[in-house]
Ligand binder design. Structure first.
Ligand SMILES: Nc1ncnc2c1ncn2[C@@H]1O[C@H](COP(=O)(O)OP(=O)(O)O)[C@@H](O)[C@H]1O
Ligand SMILES: [Mg+2]
Length: 268
């Protein structure tokens, strides 16, 4: 079944108050974010999506695929489930070397040209993480960032999942802007639960959660895109200094002034 559209119909929040957003439609190629304070119901919302809720969860929401309730087989047959769900707690339950694991997954998925699929997956993962993955290493030897990067690459390329849910993965050593740029090239629906301004502002729109309910959606409009560009620069600045500190360098005032003036700020 080709997924064209994912629709979320509102239910209720924690106090049984109605979702103020009653209907959200996501098309293939959309990247959206879910934002809100801890405890506001972000994970619960993506759980509803992962479960293809049909008024049978505490939120009373429903999720429609191509305008209809999801077929039973999505839940009963993992190979037909169009959703890949990646969380901070997702881990590979395998001690196989990376390349063997990918090979097995690719053959289960009946992918042709297994060698090139694996190469593409590793290449994708390595663009997401700063620390290149050695394919002969065991899966359990990977760092948090490498694991997250490989999970995303595996879901996108080998799993070829049309809908990918990511719950707060940003602190795990992933190159976020790169990830979004790469992900946008694949026609998929990406839903990020995130506190990261960079991801939130690069999304097509964001859903704001409060007290368990969807309270509004905000579109990325022109002015926000300008703000997003500036935030990106400042974030790069922080990443730059983080790297210098990691590399054991001593920081000097002139380094900051130089960087800031290169970005068009005064630095004083
Ligand atoms: N719509 C809702 N109806 C009932 N309980 C909810 C609802 N949304 C969230 N909760 C509950 O509130 C708690 C926090 O929600 P959670 O989704 O984990 O928040 P977040 O991921 O934003 O930190 C959980 O125990 C969850 O079951
Ligand atoms: Mg959560």
């Amino acid at each position: 079944m080709r997924i064209e559209e994912l629709r979320i119909l509102g239910g209720v929040g924690k106090n049984n108050q109605p979702d103020l957003v009653e209907d959200i439609t996501l098309k293939m190629g959309d990247v959206i974010s879910i934002v809100g304070p801890t405890g506001s119901g972000k994970t619960t919302l993506i759980d509803d999506i992962a479960l293809f809720a049909h008024r049978n969860t505490p939120t009373n929401r429903s999720v429609l695929i191509n305008g209809a309730t999801a077929p039973e087989e999505f839940m009963t047959d993992p190979s037909r489930n169009p959703i890949a769900f990646i969380t901070q707690h997702t881990n590979f339950l395998s001690d196989l070397p990376v390349n063997e694991f990918l090979e097995i997954h690719a053959s289960i998925r009946r992918r042709e040209n297994i060698a090139s699929v694996i190469e593409e997956t590793l290449d994708f993962a390595n663009q997401l993480t700063g620390e290149p993955i050695n394919p002969v290493n065991g899966m359990t030897e990977l760092s948090g960032g490498q694991t997250r990067a490989l999970l995303i690459a595996d879901a996108v390329i080998i799993g070829n999942s049309p809908i990918i849910l990511l719950d707060e993965i940003e602190n795990a050593g992933i190159h976020r802007t790169k990830a979004l740029e790469l992900l946008k090239k694949y026609e998929k629906i990406f839903i990020f639960v995130t506190h990261d301004p960079r991801i939130a502002l690069l999304s097509d729109f964001r859903v704001v959660m409060q007290n368990g309910a969807m309270v509004k959606t905000i579109d990325a409009h022109d002015e926000e895109l300008v703000v997003a560009e500036e935030i990106k620069k400042l974030d790069d600045l922080i990443l730059h200094f983080r790297k210098l500190i990691r590399d054991g360098q001593r920081l000097e005032r002139s380094m900051l002034e130089e960087r800031l003036s290169a970005l068009g700020y005064s630095g004083k």
